[in-house]
Design a protein around this ligand. Structure first.
Ligand code: ARG
Length: 595
């Protein structure tokens, strides 16, 4: 369906042309004075310059020529604004169409593109921490939004499964359990199917080894050697690595499931390794890479750069591959296996330079075509109230699991406070609401901005929070249930035919506001997709929740005696609920039945 703003602009454009002015001046915009009008057009001011006429005269002419069927109020205001209010009855017709339309009137903007979203990016054997929260939450939402827009979207977790942490774990394990067959060079049998550690052991081993490597040079050196051995394909270490991977991925999957985040692909850095040798050869052969102090680099600086960009190092002087190498090789692997039209990386914005280097090198070396869309969505940091990256009370890294259970506990206490509810029901509600609190708090910020982690604020049932949105939805659900019990199924009609378009019933201000907000759905989703900006959806549902709540407080829906009007209200709030449900699904959370 065309957006409301397009329809209004269309009418204005016709009026501008009818009066002899250029069509472009008829573009409408959402009013920045909602106290005066809903939409406005400032075209007369711009036209005044071209046609050398007073803007107010142009505005008056256009208003006179305008077909006003869809409007309840159109006025020309000095110095040349055109202020517009949409006729509520027209809104009801529009909403009626929306309710029947596929995706509530949102027209898919995707051109059926194949998009790979690279998000999550956890590192195997290291526990997930708060830094992984944003990638998972934002990436999941971006994936859903791109799908809703009609694209074929593949989410890839892109595990960090090939780095030094592996060598650290192997060496630490060797110290603890030297008797294991993986460390016996003369061992020739089959390696056990069972891992020689549990996930909790693994989670303890890594930080211990990592700490050790910081104070013990010799240990660190051994870990480097073990990593190199693994990367060369030394069979016992490959066998150990597979155990580490399996145990860790199982745990990661459980964690992501708790976040309602899911990936289509569980590939990792290791999957790109087979492509590295040929890639490097090709870069050298075609002259894209050059030697620099023993390392191999690809120059990526461009004339238009405002600051100097260092070349992209693709091989270290000791022959080792780097993070850049792996990301480039991953592009080769993705091109071969999936051939996506577009790549979106949801990664910490502090990695921006890395991605600029990788994208430019990939294009320069012909790994992807020059016009391929490679998007870096860099997110800001989650900070504590002191403005520094969020930590646990004793200054350690906050594990994601503990963070989530902390939020759930907080919500649980709020759900239970001042009333009786079976504990298991309250726990289930707290899980759903807690997740919404966490995700909404994250997504309601612009992606690139830092934000402050404030559990009290995030879990509040009032204000701009996830729980407030859910609370509003639960309120609508409960009205709908009551109505169904009292009156049976509603007829679902928002606009019953009144006697002609001009003789409609009275619509209250709060009701009109709610209708107008609901009618903006397709426009908001379109902008969210265009700008890859989930915070626009958050803003929208907050606006809608507020509009609904004022409508609710201004009208006794269940007590309304005019049955026709009452059933229209029911149809309206049914649509509002569906729109909210669609939006929160795009954001990656859901609403409980009660709370
Ligand atoms: N594992 C990386 C980290 O923890 C993030 C990976 C992001 N994705 C990528 N293709 N580089 O920093």
């Amino acid at each position: 369906m065309r957006t409301l703003i397009d329809i209004i602009s269309e009418e204005l454009k016709q009026a501008f042309t009818a009066c002899g002015y250029a069509e472009k001046y008829g573009q409408a915009a959402v009013s920045n004075r909602p106290d005066l009008c809903q939409y406005q057009c400032n075209g007369a001011m711009a036209a005044a310059k071209e046609y050398k006429k007073a803007p107010i005269m142009i505005a008056q002419e256009v208003v006179a020529a305008l077909d006003k069927k869809k409007f309840s109020e159109v006025t020309a205001i000095a110095p040349g604004f055109i202020n517009i209010k949409v006729c509520p009855y027209y809104l009801t017709l529009y909403l009626e169409d929306m309710a029947k339309a596929e995706k509530y009137g949102y027209e898919e903007q995707g051109r059926g593109e194949k998009i790979i979203v690279d998000y999550g990016g956890p590192n195997v054997a290291k526990p997930l921490h708060i830094g992984h929260l944003r990638s998972a939450v934002i990436g999941e939402s971006i994936k859903r939004i791109c799908r809703f827009a009609g694209n074929e979207v593949i989410g890839d977790v892109h595990l960090g499964d090939w780095g030094l942490q592996m060598g650290l774990i192997i060496e630490e394990l060797k110290e603890r359990k030297p008797e294991l067959c993986y460390f016996n060079e003369s061992f020739t049998g089959e390696y056990p199917a069972e891992a020689p550690f549990t996930i909790s052991e693994l989670e303890e081993i890594y930080p211990c080894a990592s700490g050790k490597s910081k104070v013990d040079e010799e240990f660190k050196e051994r870990a480097h050697t073990a990593t190199a051995k693994l990367q060369e394909g030394y069979a016992p270490y490959i066998a150990l690595w597979k155990h580490i991977l399996r145990v860790s991925v199982e745990d990661l999957k459980r964690n992501y499931e708790n976040l309602d985040v899911s990936f289509d692909l569980w590939l990792g850095e290791s999957d790109a390794q087979p492509y590295i040798p040929a890639m490097i050869d090709d870069m050298v052969e075609k002259g894209y890479a050059r030697e620099s102090m023993g390392a191999l680099v690809v120059d990526i600086a461009e004339e238009t750069d405002t600051k100097e960009l260092p070349p992209c190092i693709v091989r270290k002087s000791d022959g080792a591959a780097l993070y850049e190498t792996t990301d480039l090789a991953t592009i080769i692997q993705r091109e071969k296996d999936y051939g996506p039209d577009r790549y979106i990386y949801v990664v910490d914005k502090r990695q921006e330079l890395h991605f600029v280097q990788v994208f430019r090198a990939a294009k320069k070396c012909g790994l992807v075509s020059a016009d391929k869309e490679l998007t870096f969505l860099g997110f800001g940091t989650v900070n504590g109230k002191d403005g520094k990256p969020f930590k646990t009370r004793d200054g350690g890294v906050m594990r994601l699991e503990n963070l989530i259970s902390g939020v759930n506990e907080e919500v649980f206490n709020k759900v239970m406070s001042g009333r009786e509810m079976p504990e298991d029901e309250a726990r289930a509600i707290a899980k759903t609401v807690g997740l919404a609190a966490l995700k909404y708090a994250d997504l309601s910020n612009q992606i690139a901005k830092d934000y402050i982690f404030d559990i009290d604020r995030f879990t509040s049932f009032e204000g701009n929070t996830g729980p407030y949105i859910l609370y509003t939805m639960v309120r609508i659900k409960s009205i709908l249930t009551k109505y169904a019990e009292m009156a049976g199924a509603a007829d679902g009609v928002i606009a019953h035919p009144y006697s002609g378009e001009s003789e409609t019933r009275e619509y209250g201000a709060a009701e009109t506001d709610l209708m107008l907000t609901a009618a903006k759905f397709n426009d908001v989703v379109a902008k969210t997709y265009e700008e890859m900006a989930p915070h626009k959806l958050c803003q929208y549902i907050y606006e809608m929740a507020n509009a609904f709540n004022s409508f609710y407080h201004n009208n006794k829906i269940m007590g309304e005696e005019d049955r026709k009007k009452q059933s229209e209200w029911i149809a309206l709030i049914t649509l509002v609920l569906k729109l909210l449900e669609t939006c929160i699904d795009l954001l990656g959370f859901e609403a409980p039945e009660r709370m």
